[in-house]
Design a protein around this ligand. Structure first.
Ligand SMILES: [Zn+2]
Length: 389
């Protein structure tokens, strides 16, 4: 039995903090959460003083195989699997050090993250709990084709989904539109036709797997929502000239329970956003408020690995970025914990500090509801009941 004490605790739901909590941990699970001092005879105590406890962060969207260099495609393409697996391991450790105790990897090559998943299940210090898609499905020379997930035609995409189910993937990721990262790919165009998208969803659900869509653009979001996808990655409703938070698509998301995995945040010190992004920001803030008011479930992912300013371990900057995009600190913290757990399909065991949940918790050096920036000062990480940072 381990007892963790601190000045305060955010349980993943809120709205407020629990003062002077004691979290009792046994066999990797939270046994009880008590406010105030409780007698702890014979119990090992981890006293974190003036820190605030939070559930470990859950990154809904990462690319452990991308090295956040200036040339992620080149670096990935020239690396053999052994080299790439070493980078995947390092990325996982960097995420854990930043307080991320669960990651959903949506950009694998060669199912390497499934190997890491086994490693971190054995050793909590080796990295976060891993939820993995394997290589994302994409069209021939489509977005991120170099990850090896090219599949086309109804029979082709069904076979690709079956392969992922047989390999033990936790989720199916589909590049529904093109993306900026891939030369020759158009982020505003849908890559698959409706029959292919419906076949992917049907085959994934037949195998009990959720299916998530890469879609920045409203064109792709509309197709993914109406063909039955469970989650939309990015989900910024972009058009070539601006944004279009289409009310009918939003209503359909709510009606069908389609969730959003927003990818926000970057390390400071990078170049300012290019003009075509910067001028969309006011409309994005308004559009995200529309999603929130409509009741769309929104969680936070980092998209870490894709650029130098999206280094592994940058996840806390997404939480502070959410508050720049109109979310309250409590909403941002929920998006990073309990809601992220729901979006990743682990809402029954992760993302909250409550009895029965996995003992994944972190401590930050202050009150994150008063000053959300303290999420960048992670002073302790407990994963599966073991202190790893
Ligand atoms: Zn991504």
């Amino acid at each position: 039995m381990l007892a963790v004490r601190a000045r305060a605790l955010f349980d993943g739901v809120g709205p407020g903090l629990v003062e002077r909590p004691t979290v009792l941990i046994e066999n990797g699970r939270i046994a009880a959460v008590s406010p105030g001092g409780v007698p702890l005879i014979g119990t090992e105590v981890l006293d974190l003083g003036t820190a605030t406890l939070l559930p470990g962060f859950i990154d809904t969207h990462t690319h452990l195989a991308f090295d956040a260099s200036d040339d992620v495609i080149g670096r990935l393409t020239e690396a053999d699997d052994a080299t790439l697996l070493e980078r995947v391991r390092a990325a996982a450790r960097a995420s854990l050090a930043a307080g991320v105790t669960t990651v959903r990897d949506l950009g694998d090559r060669g199912y390497l993250t499934l190997r890491l998943r086994a490693e971190t299940a054995q050793d909590p210090a080796a990295g976060p709990h891993i939820i993995a898609s394997g290589p994302p499905l994409t069209t021939s020379r489509g977005h991120c084709w170099f990850l090896g997930g090219q599949a086309e035609g109804v029979a082709g995409v069904r076979a690709a989904v079956r392969e992922r189910a047989e390999r033990g993937a936790d989720v199916v990721k589909v590049m529904v539109t093109g993306g900026d990262l891939t030369p020759g790919s158009d982020p505003y165009s849908v890559q698959y036709d409706r029959d292919e998208l419906r076949a992917i969803v049907d085959e994934a659900h037949r195998h009990g797997l959720p299916v998530t869509a890469h879609a920045h653009a409203v064109t792709g979001i509309r197709e993914a929502v109406t063909t039955g996808f469970d989650t939309i990655e990015h989900c910024f409703f972009l058009t070539e000239s601006g944004v279009d938070f289409d009310r009918r698509v939003i209503e359909e998301m709510v009606r069908r329970g389609v969730t959003a995995s927003l990818t926000l945040g970057a390390l400071p010190g990078g170049p300012p956003p290019p003009p075509h992004i910067a001028r969309r920001i006011p409309a994005l803030v308004a559009g995200l408020a529309t999603l929130r008011e409509a009741g769309v479930t929104m969680a936070l992912g980092s998209d870490s690995g894709i650029f130098p300013i999206k280094a592994h371990g940058s996840y806390p900057y997404g939480i502070t970025a959410m508050t720049d995009f109109g979310f309250t600190p409590a909403q941002a913290l929920r998006a990073a914990t309990s809601t992220a757990a729901v979006v990743c399909g682990v809402g029954g065991r992760k993302g909250r500090i409550a009895a029965g949940y996995d003992a994944d918790l972190i401590a930050v050096g202050g009150d994150p509801l008063a000053d959300v920036g303290v999420v960048r000062e992670v002073v302790a990480v407990v994963r599966s009941g073991r202190r790893v940072v």
